[in-house]
Design a protein around this ligand. Structure first.
Ligand code: RB5
Length: 155
């Protein structure tokens, strides 16, 4: 499984920690930056990772900023992206099982590295349940098509 990673300066250290965790656990990663704690604008980095997931170049994404909120707002503007800001393991699992989330967003200023890695593990190991949730996701796609035009990917 290949994971798109990105962060701004506020999530840089957490992104690096998650990258280490993913590589140690046999995942492949593509890192879309940023590369240091120097101040940058989170939309630039969140967009690159979200586009890689939307196009299917990466299977799932993990994007970090100070809170996980800004990068989540950006990612959710990309057609086909369902980004979830989760700071507990239950939400991370549910975001995959019920919402088929394809991006997890995390806040370095909100949680510690240990919990973040547990959340990442739950997110990556959970599977979409399908069934009744398909109908609800189809409605989300309809909203996306109404406001964003034709959806470009099948995700
Ligand atoms: C950067 O200071 C901070 O605003 C950013 O990392 C993020 O938390 C925005 O949502």
């Amino acid at each position: 499984m290949k994971i798109a990673l990105a962060s701004d300066h506020g999530g840089f250290l957490l992104k690096e920690k998650i990258k280490e965790y993913l590589l140690e656990n046999g995942y492949r990663c593509e890192d879309f930056g940023t590369g240091s704690e120097e101040s940058v604008d989170y939309p630039d980095f969140a967009l690159s990772a979200a586009e890689a997931v939307a196009k299917g170049d990466c299977d799932l994404g993990i994007i970090c900023c100070g809170t996980g909120i800004g990068v989540g707002i950006v990612a959710n503007k990309v057609p086909g992206i369902r980004a979830a800001n989760c700071h507990d393991t239950f939400s991370a699992r549910m975001s995959r099982e019920h919402n088929n989330a394809n991006i997890l967003t995390l806040g370095q200023r909100v949680i510690g590295f240990g919990l973040a890695c547990h959340i990442v593990q739950e997110f990556l190991q959970a599977k979409y349940s399908g069934g009744r949730h398909d109908r609800r996701l189809a409605k989300i796609t309809e909203i996306e098509e109404k406001y964003c035009g034709r959806k470009e990917s099948g995700r």
